[in-house]
Write a protein of this length. Structure first.
Length: 216
């Protein structure tokens, strides 16, 4: 089953395990129509490829030869600050997640994540949001975003504002997903981000916040 996103995208996978790269490439091609998938096995090759091409999403392993995932992300975001990076790794701990979020990555998943998590992550990141397959998502985003109060990442994206406005109209997650042509999981992810960015914990808080901004 293909995702609702049908625009042609270009992805690149940076991972030193050929079998994993091949499996992820096949998965992406099967679910995102007409996408192009490049792959490299280390950070230096990734930087060279990104210097020549623009990618909609970079999939990055944390542990690679020559340059670590952290070093690679730091160098890549300095070269192209707008780059959307999803980390795919075996490291599943808050310290690594927060550290990478503070660098500017958009998604963080473990390699044994469910297929629906990977699809939701791609959808969210393509739309300018974050994605963390972690039950402590709100807490991690809060720590990363507010480590520096001047960080612009606490600003709601256009899609997040759309979701917020529909929440204020009492639409369910399923209704929002249908209206915006995204998955229910992506809507849930947007809600997590909105709560984290607006310091709210329930729908009433979201309505109050939206009203203060003149969005409802």
């Amino acid at each position: 089953m293909r995702t609702e996103l049908t625009q042609s995208y270009r992805f690149i996978i940076a991972d030193d395990h050929p079998l994993f790269r091949r499996g992820l490439s096949n998965f992406l091609r099967a679910r995102f129509e007409d996408c192009l998938v490049d792959h490299v096995d280390n950070g230096k090759e990734l930087l060279a490829a990104c210097g020549k091409n623009d990618y909609d999403i970079v999939f990055l392993d944390m542990r690679m030869p020559q340059m670590s995932g952290h070093e690679t992300a730091q160098a890549l975001l300095k070269l192209k600050p707008e780059t959307k990076i999803i980390v795919l790794t075996m490291y599943d701990d808050q310290a690594h997640t927060i550290e990478m979020l503070q660098l500017g990555i958009k998604g963080y998943l473990v390699k044994d994540c469910a297929e629906e998590d990977l699809i939701a992550a791609v959808e969210s990141v393509l739309q300018g949001a974050y994605y963390l397959a972690n039950r402590n998502m709100d807490e991690l985003l809060w720590k990363a975003i507010h480590a520096d109060n001047t960080n612009a990442n606490n600003t709601l994206s256009h899609r997040e504002i759309e979701v917020l406005q529909l929440i204020c109209k009492e639409y369910s997650n399923r209704e929002i997903a249908k209206r915006l042509f995204i998955s229910v999981r992506t809507v849930e992810n947007h809600r997590h981000h909105i709560h984290a960015k607006t310091h709210t914990h329930n729908a009433a808080g979201l309505v109050k916040y939206a009203a203060s901004k003149g969005w409802v």
